[in-house]
Design a protein around this ligand. Structure first.
Ligand code: BGC
Length: 824
């Protein structure tokens, strides 16, 4: 009798337990375990491979929804038009945690509207050198600044019920050869420079997902990096969310499974049944490892309410006024005024009768390219912003005084072979990237000017992975200097008379490279242009021409104008994911600035770039320089507001700007000098201001620098506290004529440190808005992290008791107040 009761009780309890995952009130961990028990091994393995490019697969029988992702960090870019916010480097330049939080919230709202569960942002990789094609997606050179802003952003996104994904874990500091190079560094450098922003995202931001990077770290692919993924991220930092791969960054299913990867994106090309079953069967991979991955995905699904609440996209996506206001506030707060000689700015709008707006970036939606590129519903270009702000002025716009390669393609003096009078080239196409084996097509083409988004329409060639060789001769009627220009996406190399004159043989977005050669009239010069396409869009164009640039229209417009604004910099194809950019501005931009500045002393340069550029050819010739980064869809309004004084600039550099590339501490080891695919981070801890602080080389503009229309006075520093809990307070007064904001920076320096440490490190900052004449007292708290460094022998962070100097500054090179404190 008694036994019968027990059996009945068990029978009744089993379905109740099994269904526990459906109970929205049950603890998350109970729901996770209950659901996991229902899954077959096949289902579990399928579950850890992505689905339809941007999803985690649904399992209908268990009520598991299809989990939708979108790219960030600049907007929720995947599913149609949306708000395009400023680039992350501008967020970093705002030094404004409250705005970063608002940005996160806005993105969370945009994501919800699109039925998105997971936002693939923020990116927090450290700015090591200006050429990195993704610096604009990241948060600058300092790990503390990047960490604080990432935490605010993540909290904002997640507050809206959307998972944030901090990426790319770790040390993805260049786009050049990003899938093949290894970022090699010692443990202390890794811990003190390249990991803290990720750690903050996990521990302070409670981020729901982490994305592994493309690059290798110390010789091991990120997706199978046991030390980073398992030992540090999961065991040490106690991350319990999802660790996903970057798109197509997994190379070995079993190694990735063991190395800590939880979700292979965009599909289970390696972590699949074929690869994992045998390993589980022969005991080399435990099923518990798979269970842990599934648990992590389920945990996030339950924790964020995805199981219980349907996320559906709204039927019609529309512009969102509130979010546009966030985009505008941020653009206003993150632009950095770098030069303002004779107080040229702010411009007096009532005195401006004629204003020239000149340059290739003045009337476009200027943004970085790649997976973050976001198509807005509408945008305000610089030109539109100026026109709206100055309705009564005459605005003379010169779009482009710069020679464009495509205008010279058809008239190029290129012939198929020696003696030929027929213009054109011979083309051989190969269905591989190395010009090997027999060509699949041999054609004669009138010129070289291709742009293919899909298959080229040449029999035997697919959309990607092909190459071409073009041959012919150049014969000109006049002797003189001629420009040989090639634009390619991806690699190209040009040989003239057998000699290599151009070489961009690597994966990259469209770039133009040119070489000037002296040609004799009537003489024939053979050429061979080799090209390959790896993935994405494909472009190849070639022109030979005599350039005739005098910037006539620009000079005409600037002459006699009250003010000339020159809008230069990179754009979606020149600065983009997938390749590095040049340090020099694109071709002709330097000359354009100089040509305008020569005829108009009131020239303002507005720059678009993800970081620093070579300014030495023109900085001395212009009175004012505003760094506008990639300012998002409201950028033009923000630029006009700043130039005309409606808004006082308050951004400060999140990276040190060197004078010359040679001055950068990574100069000799940014590219892989010996070609062995290992980039050694030989500079160790000394990047950015950490390097300039202990070197005789001085930057053009230091970390933390930015001008304002007003002036600030710092006073009254007080440092108090016990042990490592130190409280730093000081007063800032706005002593100038404009309301404005100041970014106060708190650096820490250890006196007589027993180990080598950077001269000083940023450990606190505060952005303060002050009306003219107003003063405020700020208090910033420091803790053990502020005094610690990575102690290799103890394998943990710690500090050495002693005297520490607390430095309060307006930039890394402009310390206003100092005090000492004893840390026991
Ligand atoms: C990028 C990621 C991005 C992913 C999906 C990759 O190329 O590196 O940042 O989230 O594509 O678009």
């Amino acid at each position: 009798m008694r036994n019968r009761f027990i059996v009945a009780a068990i029978l009744m309890a089993v379905p109740a337990l099994a269904q526990k995952y459906k109970d929205a009130k049950a603890p998350v961990e109970d729901r996770v375990n209950a659901l996991l028990k229902e899954m077959t091994l096949e289902e579990k393995i399928d579950y850890i491979g992505g689905y339809e490019d941007f999803y985690i697969r649904p399992i209908d029988r268990l009520g598991l929804p299809k989990i939708k992702m979108t790219d960030g960090p600049v907007g929720t870019r995947n599913y149609g038009h949306t708000t395009a916010y400023p680039a992350s480097v501008l967020t970093a330049a705002s030094w404004d945690k409250a705005l970063a939080y608002k940005l996160g919230e806005a993105l969370g709202k945009d994501a919800r509207e699109r039925g998105v569960h997971i936002l693939l942002a923020p990116g927090v990789n450290i700015y090591r050198a200006p050429m990195n094609g993704r610096n604009f997606e990241y948060l600058g050179e300092d790990p503390f600044l990047a960490g604080e802003l990432a935490v605010a952003y993540i909290k904002g996104v997640q507050k809206k019920g959307v998972v944030a994904t901090v990426k790319h874990f770790a040390a993805n500091n260049q786009e050049w050869d990003r899938n093949n190079v290894s970022s090699d560094m010692d443990e202390r450098t890794l811990r003190e420079i390249y990991l803290p922003a990720f750690k903050a995202a996990v521990q302070k931001g409670k981020v729901g997902a982490v994305m592994d990077s493309y690059n290798l770290i110390n010789g091991v692919h990120a997706t199978q990096q046991n030390h980073l993924n398992n030992e540090i991220l999961k065991n040490e930092w106690k991350f319990d969310g999802i660790l996903m791969s970057d798109w197509v960054a997994t190379y070995d299913g079993v190694a990735a499974a063991k190395g800590g990867l939880d979700l292979e994106m965009p599909s289970g090309a390696f972590m699949n049944r074929k690869n994992l079953f045998p390993a589980i069967k022969n005991g080399s991979l435990s099923e518990e490892v798979i269970n842990d991955k599934v648990r992590r995905i389920l945990r996030v699904i339950f924790r964020f309410g995805f199981y219980d609440t349907k996320y559906e996209a709204v039927k019609e996506l529309k512009p969102n006024k509130a979010n546009e206001a966030v985009a505008l506030d941020l653009a206003r707060g993150g632009m950095v005024l770098l030069k303002n000689e004779d107080n040229l700015l702010p411009l007096n709008s009532s005195a401006i009768k004629t204003i020239a707006v000149i340059g290739p970036n003045a009337d476009v939606n200027v943004a970085g390219g790649g997976s973050s590129f976001t198509e807005p519903f509408h945008y305000t270009s610089l030109l539109k912003g100026i026109k709206t702000a100055l309705p009564n002025a005459k605005v003379i716009y010169v779009a482009n005084s710069i020679p464009q390669l495509e205008n010279y393609v058809e008239q190029s003096p290129i012939y198929t072979e020696k003696g030929s009078v027929k213009k054109g080239v011979k083309a051989s196409y190969y269905n591989n990237m190395d010009l090997k084996d027999a060509p699949v097509a041999e054609l004669t083409e009138p010129n070289i000017n291709h742009s293919w988004i899909q298959e080229p329409g040449i029999k035997g060639l697919g959309e990607d992975n092909f190459s071409a060789r073009y041959t012919g001769v150049v014969r000109t009627e006049k002797s003189g200097k001629y420009k040989f220009s090639v634009r390619g996406d991806d690699g190209f190399r040009l040989f003239v008379e057998g000699e290599k004159v151009l070489d961009q043989w690597g994966d990259h977005a469209a770039v133009v490279q040119s070489k000037e050669l002296q040609l004799e009239a009537g003489k024939e010069y053979s050429f061979t242009l080799e090209y390959y396409e790896h993935g994405g869009n494909a472009q190849i164009a070639f022109a030979v021409y005599q350039e005739n640039i005098n910037f006539t229209d620009a000079v005409k417009a600037a002459t006699g104008a009250d003010v000339a604004i020159v809008s230069v910099g990179y754009n979606t194809s020149a600065e983009s994911e997938g390749s590095d950019r040049t340090f020099a501005l694109p071709e002709y931009h330097d000359q354009l600035i100089n040509a305008v500045a020569k005829v108009n002393k009131n020239t303002v340069v507005v720059l678009n770039a993800g970081g620093n550029v070579d300014m030495q050819n023109w900085l001395g010739n212009t009175k004012a320089l505003l760094h506008a980064w990639y300012p998002g869809q409201e950028g033009g309004t923000a630029i006009a507001d700043i130039l005309l004084g409606k808004v006082n600039p308050s951004g400060k550099l999140p990276a040190s700007f060197e004078k010359r590339w040679e001055d950068n501490p990574t100069y000799n080891n940014y590219y892989d000098p010996d070609g062995d695919k290992h980039v050694e981070y030989k500079e160790g801890l000394n990047i950015g201001y950490r390097y300039y602080d202990q070197s005789n080389v001085k930057p053009q503009f230091p970390f933390g620098f930015g001008l304002s229309y007003t002036t600030f006075e710092y006073s009254n520093l007080k440092v108090s506290g016990k042990g490592t809990d130190v409280s730093v307070s000081f007063t800032i007064k706005n002593t100038g004529k404009y309301d404005g904001a100041e970014v106060a920076q708190i650096y820490v320096h250890q006196e007589n440190s027993p180990v080598a440490r950077p001269v000083k490190e940023l450990k606190g900052f505060e952005k303060l808005f002050l009306k003219k004449g107003e003063s405020k007292t700020v208090t910033v708290k420091l803790d053990a992290d502020s005094f610690s460094y990575w102690k290799n022998e103890q394998n943990k962070f710690g500090y050495d008791a002693g005297t520490f100097e607390i430095l309060v500054g307006a930039s890394a090179s402009d310390i206003k107040l100092k005090a000492k404190t004893q840390v026991k």
